[in-house]
Design a protein around this ligand. Structure first.
Ligand code: CA
Length: 225
């Protein structure tokens, strides 16, 4: 079971989340503003953050940006307004998933489960490699020539999917489904995949050539050399 940080200033909602997450066996840390949330994030190292957007002191957007600067810990955002959702979906923040308030507890718990499942080492192999590129599933860390580099949770998942496919072509739809999960991927434009891949390539330096575009279809990882 996981250690989960809930950053939510609505006391009733925070209580409801704590109750349901603990019922599933998770360890829950609750903070009611962004600043104490960030402190708890650094000291307690949670495996998942459930993050409200509108928060006192430091809002969810800034929280996300700070965390993402050097960490790929999954973040599930709680948004209350369409305008917030637009920004979450703007992808620049690097949130892994979102739910819109009001949401059903059942839906939220399903998302939590899916995120934790994706983040866990589910193929039994802790470190995957292609050339000088390494993906450490245990530590949720990506390395080039042994040196860790900053990678977002979604980018990590893309890389993992490509590595697991062992050179097989993955279609954009396949990638969407495997990285985002459920039928929710139906609502996300497949261009999103291209955007993530483009950003990923920028980070991979000389190994970027391994991600091969199959025009009109999708991507594969070149494992040779
Ligand atoms: Ca709030």
């Amino acid at each position: 079971m996981a250690r989960i940080l809930v950053v939510e200033d609505e006391a009733n909602l925070a209580r409801l989340l704590r109750y349901n997450l603990e019922k599933e066996g998770h360890q829950v840390i609750v903070c009611s503003d962004g600043e104490s949330g960030l402190e708890a994030f650094r000291s307690r190292k949670p495996e998942l953050v459930i993050l409200d957007v509108m928060l006192p002191k430091l809002d969810g957007f800034d929280f996300c940006r700070v965390v993402r600067a050097d960490c790929a810990t999954p973040i599930l955002m709680l948004t209350a307004r369409k305008s917030e959702l637009d920004r979450v979906l703007g992808l620049e923040l690097g949130a892994d998933d979102y739910v819109t308030k009001p949401f059903s507890v059942r839906e939220l718990m399903a998302r939590v489960k899916a995120i934790l499942r994706r983040a866990s080492k589910d193929d039994g192999r802790a470190v995957m490699r292609a050339g000088s590129l390494e993906l450490d599933l245990d530590r949720h860390e990506a390395r080039l020539g042994g040196k860790p580099f900053s990678i977002r949770a979604k980018e990590f998942e893309f890389l993992k999917c490509l590595l697991q496919a062992k050179g097989r072509v993955l279609t954009r739809d396949e990638l969407l489904e495997r990285v985002w999960g459920y039928d929710e991927s139906m609502e996300i434009d497949t261009r999103t995949v291209d955007q993530h891949i483009a950003r990923l390539r920028e980070k991979l330096g000389a190994e970027a050539r391994r991600i091969v575009t199959i025009k009109g279809v999708g991507y594969r990882l070149d494992l040779g050399g």
